[in-house]
Design a protein around this ligand. Structure first.
Ligand code: MG
Ligand code: MG
Length: 259
């Protein structure tokens, strides 16, 4: 979860190897939430049941939620279905065959945060929906590759944008990734667009949450539901969202939100 807020100036926080080790532990809890929820993504399940799976993993691992009570958010995961892009609230909604669901969640261990999201289909989904999910994952992978000392935030955003454009998908406007560490959302904003070589320069120890949000129609505009949270495509287009927390290390990019 995150809304584009501001452009950061200066430098991106650098984390010590010990700090990154703790973030890796938080990231592994997030990965475990993803894995368990993914197994239960089937017709008939409610989004509240998926949230409970997330709560169970957090409790089992001695982690706390950075989503619960965030500006009043009432759950430990966001569940955004079909034309919903991000920030959907789990509840009595029943998932059906063919739905496309984004699951976004995070965890805190010893004060350090992890944050990641994936999109998957419920049962059999359309070929177009499958393509949307695959390209969104591909955009994230391309951006992760740019997480190398000496590259820039512009390189990261450009990587997402190029993958989306090549497949004629829209880059959702107004939402983006972010710095992450002692808080879930820190400077800088990590945009899903950019110019190569422009913007803040990456250094070893930087940790960013990168999260492309793409639409099937090419639409970029969103609207927000009256619940104050759920963001959906203005034209009702199918959308997908994929996110990892990624560190810049001496050995290149390291995805921290991985099992
Ligand atoms: Mg997230
Ligand atoms: Mg995030």
């Amino acid at each position: 979860m995150n809304a584009r807020s501001r452009f950061a100036r200066g430098r991106i926080a650098r984390r010590s190897p010990a700090d990154i080790a703790t973030m890796r532990r938080a990231g592994r809890v997030v990965a475990e939430m993803h894995a368990e929820i993914r197994l239960q993504l089937r017709p008939g399940v409610t989004t509240a049941q998926l949230d409970q799976i997330g709560r169970d993993v957090l409790e089992r691992r001695g982690a706390t939620s950075n989503f619960l009570n965030y500006h009043g958010f009432p759950a430990v995961i966001c569940t955004s279905v079909n034309e919903q892009v991000v920030h959907g609230i789990p509840g009595s909604l029943v998932l059906h065959e063919g739905d496309v669901v984004s699951i976004d969640c995070g965890a805190i261990i010893d004060g350090w945060h992890g944050d990641a999201a994936f999109t998957a289909g419920v049962g059999t989904i359309s070929a177009e929906a499958q393509r949307l999910i695959e390209v969104t994952d591909e955009a994230l992978a391309a951006a992760v590759e740019q997480m190398v000392a000496g590259k820039t935030l512009g390189d990261v955003g450009y990587a997402v944008e190029q993958v989306a454009k090549r497949s004629r998908l829209g880059v959702v406007d107004g939402y983006c990734g972010h710095g992450i560490g002692r808080a879930m959302h820190e400077d800088p904003d990590v945009l899903n667009t950019g110019r190569p070589g422009k913007g803040l320069r990456l250094e070893v120890g930087n940790v960013l949450a990168i999260e492309p949000m793409l639409s099937l129609s090419g639409e970029e505009d969103t609207i927000q539901l009256a619940d104050g949270w759920t963001v959906l495509m203005a034209d009702g287009s199918l959308s997908a969202h994929s996110e990892h927390t990624v560190a810049v290390t001496d050995n290149g990019p390291e995805i921290l939100t991985r099992a």
